[in-house]
Design a protein around this ligand. Sequence first.
Ligand SMILES: N[C@@H](CCC(=O)N[C@@H](CS)C(=O)NCC(=O)O)C(=O)O
Length: 207
Amino acid sequence: MKIYWIKAQAPRRVLALVKHLGAPAEFIDISRGLKTPDFAALNPNMKAPVLVDGETVLWESTAIMAHLCVRESCDMWPARHPQEQVEVLRWLAWTDSHWSPAVAPFYFEHIVRKNFGLGAPNRAALIDKVADLKTFASVLDAHLRSHSHVACDRLTIADFAAASMATDWREAEMPFETFPNIVRWLDGLMRLPAWAEPWPDMRSAAA
Ligand SMILES: N[C@@H](CCC(=O)N[C@@H](CS)C(=O)NCC(=O)O)C(=O)O
């Protein structure tokens, strides 16, 4: 199995899950090859992550996470429980539609700029993004008041999806101080070794 990755939030979900599951994989840092014809043949969007598992070529990190769980018989994607699937799907859809767009400006200014050498954060660009972030943070915080995790009251791929941009919230200056349940949940995920350190060892990663 091959995982094409770059050091960014969508690959982080997949890399953390592979590590958490102990699944055997070859990790290919594609940061210099995203816009090549060879990679476009795997993912016409020319984005990471991509999984190649035998005949299966998959893009979209949430689909890749579900594939990994099926492959490794892990209930972080509840393949055998339709009602739990519905619950996980609800939060994956919410993450894509509402949460990620609200968190993304902060993630971009503070994390992407740093990781990709794009200059200093433009804090002024974030001022009018705070209200939107707080709107959806209120939804998640209220849910987490009575739930240990985002879905099914246990670790699922919905946690990795929702946390991938938010996990560095302190460094990204996301205003979560008044959302204690989100902070508890994000800090709890950081106690998972695979989530805290998902990145492949660059010395052994294939070029
Ligand atoms: N919805 C996609 C997002 C993929 C995506 O946007 N990947 C980013 C990294 S987080 C990327 O490859 N960016 C490089 C580029 O657009 O050039 C997923 O979840 O896999």
